[in-house]
Design a protein around this ligand. Structure first.
Ligand SMILES: [Ca+2]
Length: 180
């Protein structure tokens, strides 16, 4: 007779865990998962850190279909039928942008909002998805908006190599400290 009680507890804990884990995780119509922070509280550098902290990266456009899939999610009822202003993983100078993650140039000229990139006041060096506009804008990196992170799973080997380097550095530091 105790089984139902344990079952209830298990289901409750599972629900709590899922709620904590799910947080700002969203899924597109085609099933791709993103971490999206819609609150306007982060400059580009903070957004970059927030994604890295989660072992993710600021979103990089790989093709139009992938972007439209994300945009469909942003246009869904989850965000008041209006895509939030979100930092993505592009930076640039003089209106030429590239993706930080892949170091490839930003080539989707059809995705810029009208009259952009305009590098207004010569202060707009970071890339955003623009609320209600089609679609991208260059913006002052210090502005506080939301952000969207993508998984690094396809970069697993790169991440492993990075971590190995980090631990090697740690070993060297410890060794040096012992010598002092
Ligand atoms: Ca602009």
């Amino acid at each position: 007779m105790k089984a139902p009680k344990f079952l209830f507890l298990y289901l409750l804990l599972t629900a709590v865990y899922f709620e904590v884990w799910a947080g700002n995780h969203y899924q597109t119509p085609s099933g791709v998962a993103y971490y999206i922070e819609p609150m306007y509280q982060f400059n580009w550098f903070e957004a970059y850190f927030e994604c890295s902290y989660r072992n993710m990266s600021l979103y990089t456009i790989k093709n139009i279909e992938q972007f439209q899939d994300l945009h469909s999610l942003l246009m869904s009822g989850k965000f008041n039928n209006k895509p939030p202003n979100l930092w993505i993983g592009g930076i640039g100078l003089k209106s030429k942008f590239f993706w930080v993650k892949t170091q490839q140039p930003m080539t989707y000229d059809d995705l810029w909002a009208p009259n952009n990139p305009d590098n207004a006041n010569e202060m707009e060096h970071c890339l955003q998805i623009w609320s209600g506009k089609r679609y991208l804008n260059d913006l002052n990196c210090e502005r506080k908006i939301g952000f969207v992170c993508e998984s690094n799973s396809e970069d697993h080997l790169t991440a492993m190599a990075h971590n190995e380097g980090k631990y090697r550095g740690l070993t060297i530091n410890l060794y040096q400290n012992n010598r002092v």
